[in-house]
Design a protein around this ligand. Structure first.
Ligand code: NDP
Length: 309
């Protein structure tokens, strides 16, 4: 079985930054990119808040830059997905793509998170036929059409703003009577003439013969004036949060109720010696590219210290 000193799982800002630091520290890290190469940022549009890019940068370009930077310092980037883990003893063993095993002295888990769905049967039924969780990926198909985005956070606002440049009309469906998004994103969304925010509304189903033609809506659920109606739309975009990719580590590490890996306060240490968690898989609070990158840096520094000890 192949053995490495430092194994990094995941290719978002956390994974690649860990690769840069571990590479520069001479740990000869091996990084497996996982299913979504470059992580969630490759499905986002413009990133305006990553330091060092005063004009903004596309999520795809940012991840390309980070990847190249990691490779420059001898981080070996491989395609492959960690499908099982045995952290019961050292060296730790990971299974890649259900077949190849690799052991390591230190492990940096930077597996990220993915978008959540509402759990409606209709989401499955219309998957790829009008239901999406990625405006950047699928917005193109809705030029001059009507779409709805579910959610009231920054992701929902960002998706709605992006879609407003393509679609003729964008509804934002928010279950509460306020947006949770940051002030600037709220203002941009509320002031966009193509966007209408439907507060206290929920999507409870979809209809259409050959793809989505509309959504069954519920207004003011559980209140005296609860009502329902159908909203004609051509596409539904989900932007209601994310699920961390921690399943394969669940038997060995402490997770919170959602599945985020719990680390020691202000460190990427998981409680298992030499195992560190960085980025969105361990961050239910900030979930930013820059905070993910920072925790990847911390994880690599801790891995180096651990290996030196
Ligand atoms: P959030 O958790 O912030 O928001 C999720 C939204 O979806 C909330 O409005 C929530 O409603 C709603 N929601 C959750 N479940 C359901 C459901 N079953 N039905 C209907 N609505 C539902 O997630 P985001 O993905 O928006 O953001 C995650 C983090 O990433 C945040 O910290 C955000 O600031 C950050 N982010 C930053 C960006 C940037 O700075 N450019 C861009 C995108 C994200 P409720 O409020 O009722 O719970």
């Amino acid at each position: 079985m192949e053995h490495v000193r430092c194994l990094i799982i995941g290719s978002g800002p956390a994974g690649y930054t860990a690769g840069i630091y571990a590479g520069r520290a001479g740990l000869k890290p091996v990084l497996y990119e996982g299913m979504q190469i470059g992580g969630q940022l490759t499905t986002t549009t413009e990133v305006e808040n990553f330091p060092g890019y005063p004009e903004g940068v596309s999520g795809f370009q940012l991840m390309e830059d980070l990847r190249n930077q990691a490779q420059r310092f001898d981080c070996e980037v491989r395609s492959g997905m960690a499908t099982a883990a045995d952290l019961s003893q050292r060296p730790y063993v990971l299974t890649i793509d259900d077949e190849n095993k690799i052991s390591c002295d230190s492990l940096i888990i930077a597996t990220g998170a993915t978008a959540k769905y509402l759990g409606l049967a209709d989401e499955q039924k219309y998957s790829g036929m009008g239901v999406s969780a990625c405006a950047t990926c699928d917005g193109f198909f809705y030029r001059q059409k009507t779409v709805a985005v579910v959610g009231g956070g920054d992701t929902a606002c960002e998706e709605a703003l992006y879609l407003s440049s393509l679609a003729s009309k964008v509804y934002v469906v928010v279950r509460k009577n306020y947006l949770r998004a940051s002030k600037i994103m709220q203002e941009r969304t509320l002031n966009n003439p193509k966007i209408t925010v439907l507060f206290e509304h929920e999507v409870v189903g979809l209809y259409g013969d050959n793809g989505v033609e509309g959504a069954h809506m519920l207004k003011k659920r559980g209140q005296a004036d609860e009502s329902s109606f159908d909203l004609p739309i051509d596409g539904l975009f989900l932007a209601i949060g994310h699920k961390p990719h921690s399943e394969i580590f669940a038997s060995y590490l402490k997770l919170d109720e959602v599945g985020y890996i719990i680390t020691e306060p202000n460190t990427p240490k998981t409680g298992l010696p030499g195992v560190f968690a960085a980025g969105d898989v361990a961050d239910s609070v900030y979930r930013q590219a820059v905070t993910a990158a920072a925790s990847g840096c911390q994880a690599a520094i801790e891995a180096e210290r651990f290996l030196n000890e």
